[in-house]
Write a protein that binds this ligand. Sequence first.
Ligand SMILES: [Zn+2]
Length: 675
Amino acid sequence: MNPLLQPFDTAPFSKIKNEHFKAAFLEAMKDARAEIDAITSTQEKPTFENTIETLEFSEQQLDRISSVFFNLNSAETNEEIQKIAQEVSPLLSEFGNDITLNEALFERIKTVYQQKESRDLSVEQQTLLDKRYKSFSRNGANLSEEKKKRLREIDAELSKLKLKFGENVLAETNKYEMHLTDEKDVDGLPEGAKEMASQLARSKEKKGWLITLDYPSYVPFMKYAKNRELRKELSLAFGSKAFKGDAYDNQETVLKIANLRHERATLLGYSTHAHFVLEERMAETPEKVHSFLNELLDKAKPAAEQEFKQLEDFAKDLDGIDKLQKWDGSYYSEKLKQKLFDLDDEQLKPYFKLENVIEGVFKVAEKLFGLHFEEVTDIDTYHEEVKTFRVYDADKNFISVFYADFHPRAGKRGGAWMTSFKPQWKKDGMNVRPHISNVCNFTPSTETKPSLLTFNEVTTLFHEFGHGLHGMLANTTYPSLSGTSVYWDFVELPSQIMENWCYEQKALQLFAKHYQTGEVIPMEFVKKIKESATFQEGMATLRQLSFGLLDMSWHGADPSKISNVKAHESKVFDGTNLYPDTPETCMSTAFAHIFQGGYSSGYYSYKWAEVLDADAFAYFKEKGIFDKEVATKFKDHVLSKGGTENPMVLYKRFRGAEPKVEALLERAGLIKKAG
Ligand SMILES: [Zn+2]
């Protein structure tokens, strides 16, 4: 018997064998197809219930099998699982395509959609209907046969170009190495970085040290290497990736991608690619994104210029640098930071024993939302290191299962993330509660020391736990609108807001205690953590804004007039440059976020999310960081609502107003607090 095809509550990990997966996927897809056939072949007139709602619940079994499988593939994988993933992934995308290209199904959905005004639908039902309808229309379901054909051609062409873009950047990254044989040339590098560079050289049977364009090699060199000429060489190599006019050059690729995206958008009736993307974002329109970026730019620029002046003066005093260049920034910033704040991770780590931090985040959740976490051992897991909890609210109602998997292992990918094994939904009078998981790669314990976290790991834990709360506190009817299933520029609000508690004395007192002495973290450390967190925030903001503006310049207007990638880029960067421009370098030709990944017309959302979390946390600061009333509003209007309504509406219900940029600027120390 295949345990994945039997009804189960928590995932039956210990019973699942690898050979169960593919069979379960095939069976669940067959069942889901049969249910969809039943929707399209009925003689009944299409209604919300017999079409949209039935469709919503038709893929549930498949979704659960997918979440068990793909979570394992991220957290506890092996060659066999990876092989299954390669076999199953194309079947799943074929299944997805069969639905979005199913014309009979679309006809029924369209009928319901066109009559939505005359039907008595709740707000959540309207949202679900819109979402379903758009998943078809945005894929060309309303187009003529001829235009549909063109759309498919564009999609095929775009996926090839994106692949090529990525391959070129990767080839350029791998092709370059800086071979150093004189110890003076690695002067300034910390021991760890030096060791890595010499290991790399040895692995290629070379003497001395090898520096590459991979981040773990590139970043420390730019930060610490004393030799300015070598920093310049490395910086120019990094900045000129896929911009040398050779076989790996991406200039043509960039122009083609931008133009095809524009054509695709206009084919579907949108003015630009950005209009198409932003239709399903909180920001809604390119105009709004532009005014958001420009407002922040106006306000952050004076601070950035001041910081830059300070850095110039510092470099001049220290080494007589006359004109500060791009390859000097990271190096002198690090020196200046050391001078201003002599605080390092090793001093802080004893206050952040993992167990204490977990207890701390649970206490914060209890103070805010009345949640209780009870560790249990009767829930099946995929690895003995995974901890399991049952979560209850203040009235002892069961809220969620919570899995926590904290340390690196051979089968786990890097980074930290939140995921779920089961979403929340309501059906037949039952409120089915979710199974949420946090997976991280924190410093493990050793024989002599417990797991002590860096401050960065502490904020990461709070961040992922915030996503976790979004999942755990979900209270919606439809699973596809539940928890973190929200617009993309809204999803980081619950996670980022949680990080704020890590900087508050009142919260730190709850858990930041020395693992040997029990002493609470000293106030001067807290002050330094806060101050160093906003070091050069103006310059960093300017940099993020310039990337956002570059993204919008490629996607927010007709790109057909752009013929010179570098000239276009220079014009866009005109208002945000602090360092002199270098003609050898180009950002766009290696800007993988927007030309290869999924961030096109979305780069702004990094800053957007910060504005949201700062503005939301300012409300807590105003009333008290553990204020029950504000917390309850946040839970009722944001955390529990998932994607059931437009995020701006939800946010305004919580905050009483639209988010303003001021709270972020104050937190970042870019403007003085008013009054
Ligand atoms: Zn996140």
